[in-house]
Design a protein around this ligand. Structure first.
Ligand SMILES: Cc1cc2nc3c(=O)[nH]c(=O)nc-3n(C[C@H](O)[C@H](O)[C@H](O)COP(=O)(O)O)c2cc1C
Length: 173
């Protein structure tokens, strides 16, 4: 099983978290910055993908991240990722952006779903303090929501739990 970790970032927090996650999931490939990649065709060569996305475009319906992810969403939808496992984690700020907490996570989740990927890594939304998030589907987050601005003391614990969950959900991880 080859599993890749990918991220995009504006101020470095999503990269930092991707590296901390990699330390917990050492069989995955080292994190790669989407901004350094010519295209996303290498996604088809992997068995699993773990993708980190911050939210910057507050309240936007489309291109919610404001990072390199926005430019590849349509390309992702055109890939054939059937049989592959994809998990998404999102960075946001539940204190300052409580009505749009980690909104970009759901957008990325949807495009990978359109590519036929098996989406894993949904997490319980209890133990978070926020009003609204587009990334809540049913009663769960569609990935791992993280908050390095207002709840950074909870990140290590959230990452550890998620890493254990992904080891169950992605074969061979
Ligand atoms: C102008 C601005 C807009 C933001 N908009 C949102 C938002 O809508 N929702 C959210 O959860 N976080 C929002 N954030 C917080 C960032 O997503 C958060 O700081 C994140 O950790 C940044 O990740 P990065 O350093 O990888 O770019 C915003 C931050 C700024 C400065």
């Amino acid at each position: 099983m080859a599993v890749g970790i990918y991220f995009a970032t504006t101020t470095g927090k999503t990269q930092d978290v991707a590296e901390r996650l990699h330390a917990l999931l050492s069989s995955a490939n080292a994190p790669k910055d989407l901004a350094d990649m010519a295209d996303v065709s290498e996604f088809t060569k992997l068995d699993g993908l773990i993708c980190g996305v911050p939210t910057w475009n507050t309240g936007a319906e489309t291109e919610r991240s404001g990072t390199a992810w926005d430019g590849v969403l349509e390309d992702i939808a055109e890939l054939d990722l059937s049989g592959k496992f994809v998990a998404v984690f999102g960075l946001g700020d539940s204190g300052s952006y409580t009505d749009n907490f980690c909104d970009a996570m759901e957008e990325l989740h949807n495009f990978f779903k359109q590519a036929g990927a098996t989406m894993v890594g949904c997490m319980d939304k209890s133990n978070y303090t926020f009003e609204e998030s587009k990334s809540v589907i049913g009663d769960k987050f569609c990935g791992l929501a993280l908050d390095e601005d207002s709840e950074s003391d909870m990140t290590d614990d959230r990452l550890a739990k998620w890493a254990e969950q992904l080891k169950q959900e992605i074969p061979g991880l």
